[in-house]
Design a protein around this ligand. Structure first.
Ligand code: SF4
Length: 432
């Protein structure tokens, strides 16, 4: 008998049923507490599925005339989602919509919404990685979460707040997911049902905060899914591993996130290996191999370079963008992969924007391979930049931690031989 079978078997008790009933009563009370619409964040993962299932089951037990509050199911599309997960999520959303409008809110279908947030063009992955040369994200420079996940959700919430005095953001975050998660949840805990969100008049409600991972799986596997999905499909995505990290729905910068998720982006380099994609390939989705290889390339490029400041620079380096030649190489390989797979990996509008940004830097291309430039910043400090283009001639306002819009070039020197293996621009303060 597998570990999961044992967990589920052990949950077939009156005690577990009572626990689930108490959670449903709590959700019903919270629903009735005020008129503020609920924005339920749904990633398709086990926690948000358990959350939504619990909410739907709790609300289905209330009299229809009491279901007057608007319900918004909000998913997020980073536009670099794992294609298999994206397909699964889209299927779930369309079933949820049918269930919500035709069954749960049949009396008021106009009050039930299913939406998917997307990042603004400026904030999309390829535009920043290839167009602007941001290094592939890692734990210390995870520029993507805010742009791809937090901002689209915040925008939806902000727009909702223009229409309503208050909104409740309902999350499937759980303390048992990780020690960090528990710490960040405890930090905001006000011992009340709702905690404040950083956006004024938005409150956060996390009804399954105390549920264990075993409870989540037991509930999912012992209860019928209201929108007629089979939770065994979800289990399959987790590769029959009932433990394992989950990317929470990220709504604030303080939230620990992503990386180890089975529901993350296919380009994610925050983790050393993308075990989720590896799992899909092992289970027969061979066509994902090209995507995995490309992700590994993004990871390797970042690893090949000196990730940290060489000690001779006293540890005072802020990393800049990838070199122009690296970005051109990435775009070429991405377009080739897109052709091979036949699926859209970069949209036409993103490609156009990315090419424009590359063209800008090409105008500042240096004849020869690499140069070291010394710049004086507007606060009087001197920085050195090793690059294959003169970054002060590009239209970036900010690279790494240095603002380059008003810096003055003092001098430059050729460093071709010394730095030719470097694949990224480095900035550091210089004592002169
Ligand atoms: S899954 Fe990875 S790439 Fe995607 S937003 Fe999270 S950290 Fe960034």
């Amino acid at each position: 008998m597998s570990k999961l079978d044992t967990i589920v078997k052990e949950a077939r008790t009156e005690e577990f049923n009572q626990y689930i009933s108490s959670l449903k009563i709590e959700i019903q009370e919270a629903y009735k507490e005020n008129d503020a619409p609920w924005i339920i964040c749904f990633s398709g993962g086990k926690d948000s599925t358990a959350l939504l299932q619990l909410i739907f089951n709790a609300l289905a037990e209330l009299e229809k005339e009491k279901l007057t509050k608007e319900i918004h199911i909000l998913a997020n599309d980073t536009l670099v989602e794992n294609p298999e997960i994206e397909k699964y999520l889209d299927e779930q959303l369309s079933k949820i919509k049918i269930y919500g409008k035709n069954i749960l809110y049949k009396h008021a279908p106009g009050s039930f919404f299913v939406e998917k947030g997307k990042p603004e063009l400026e904030e999309r992955f390829w535009i920043n990685l290839i167009g602007r040369g941001y290094p592939s994200p890692n734990r210390w420079f995870r520029w993507c979460t805010e742009r791809l996940k937090i901002n689209p959700t915040s925008k939806y919430i902000e727009n909702s707040l223009k229409k309503y005095e208050q909104v409740i953001i309902v999350l499937g975050t759980r303390k048992a997911e990780s020690a960090n998660r528990a710490m960040s949840m405890n930090k905001y805990d006000n011992n009340g049902r709702f905690r404040d969100h950083t956006l004024t008049n938005a409150k956060v409600y996390a009804p399954i905060a105390e549920m264990s991972t075993d409870d989540v799986w037991s509930y999912l596997l012992l209860t019928d899914n209201p929108w007629c999905s089979d939770n065994m499909d979800l289990l399959e995505i987790y590769g029959n591993a009932c433990a394992g990290g989950e990317c929470p729905f990220v709504i604030e910068t303080g939230t620990q996130s992503c990386g180890k998720s089975r529901f993350g982006c296919w380009v994610c380099t925050v983790v050393d290996r993308d075990r989720s994609m590896e799992n899909f390939i092992l289970n027969g989705e061979k066509w994902l191999e090209g995507l995995l290889n490309f992700r590994n390339l993004l990871y390797d490029i970042r690893q090949e370079t000196n990730q940290y400041v060489p000690s001779r620079l006293n540890g005072k380096v802020a990393f800049g963008p990838f070199l122009l030649r690296t970005r051109e190489m990435m775009l070429e390989k991405l377009l080739k992969l897109q052709k091979q797979t036949g699926i859209e990996l970069i949209s036409d509008i993103e490609l156009k924007y990315t090419k424009n940004l590359l063209d800008y830097d090409k105008k500042a291309r240096i004849n020869g391979n690499m140069k070291k430039f010394y710049y004086k910043t507007n606060n009087g400090k001197v920085i050195a930049v090793i690059s294959d283009c003169d970054v002060s001639k590009t239209h970036r306002e900010r690279l790494g931690s240095i603002h380059l819009d008003k810096i003055e070039l003092i001098e430059s020197e050729n460093v071709t031989n010394k730095y030719e293996k470097s694949t990224r621009v480095m900035y550091y303060k210089v004592k002169r």
